[in-house]
Ligand binder design. Structure first.
Ligand code: SF4
Ligand code: SF4
Length: 56
């Protein structure tokens, strides 16, 4: 089960910097997680100021 970034994302980039798998990149209007690369560590959810990453 990978994490997904919801529409609350304000594109701050903090999660992408902290992702150990390099699974997060800027997408269309928000950041997006590559589900195939995500190792489900939860770091992005802890880092995000608005709680946008959620376990899918
Ligand atoms: S759960 Fe971990 S591996 Fe997956 S996108 Fe978030 S920080 Fe990266
Ligand atoms: S840390 Fe949260 S608000 Fe910032 S880019 Fe990631 S998901 Fe979006």
């Amino acid at each position: 089960m990978a994490y997904k970034i919801g529409d609350d994302c304000i594109s701050c980039g903090a999660c992408a910097e902290g992702c150990p798998a390099g699974a997060i990149a800027e997408g269309d209007g928000k950041f997006e997680i590559n589900a195939d690369a995500c190792v489900d560590c939860g770091a992005c959810a802890e880092t995000c100021p608005v709680g946008a990453p959620q376990q899918a």
